[in-house]
Design a protein around this ligand. Structure first.
Ligand SMILES: [Zn+2]
Length: 111
């Protein structure tokens, strides 16, 4: 950060929470500086986000066909994994039911 008065680099005075210019004595409160940094960060972040989105849009336009294919593939894979999960759950439930049957048969008093 530069001095608004003479353009020299400001020095940080931690004890007083401010920045000061060693040449002309100009003082700048840290909070102001922090706010500047914050808006700067948010600004850069927003800009990079925007450019990222634009880049993605461009990419999607250029590779629409491949993306559609990829989406179809992932949808299929998801369906398959869902089926697998369902089968697993059914298997587990059947196993549980079998165990319960055994338990109730072995220990008639439990149920
Ligand atoms: Zn100055």
């Amino acid at each position: 950060m530069k001095c608004s008065n003479c353009g020299a680099n400001l020095k940080v005075d931690d004890s007083r929470m401010l920045k000061y210019c060693p040449y002309c004595g100009q003082e700048v409160e840290m909070e102001e500086h922090a706010l500047d940094t914050m808006t700067g960060i948010i600004g850069t972040f927003g800009k990079s986000l925007l450019s990222q989105r634009a880049e993605q849009k461009r990419y999607e336009r250029e590779h629409a066909h491949e993306i559609a294919q990829e989406k179809r593939k992932t949808a299929l894979a998801e369906k398959k994994s869902m089926m697998k999960m369902l089968f697993c759950m059914m298997g587990a439930m059947m196993g549980l039911a079998l165990i319960m049957m055994f338990v109730t048969r072995l220990f008639p008093g439990v149920s």
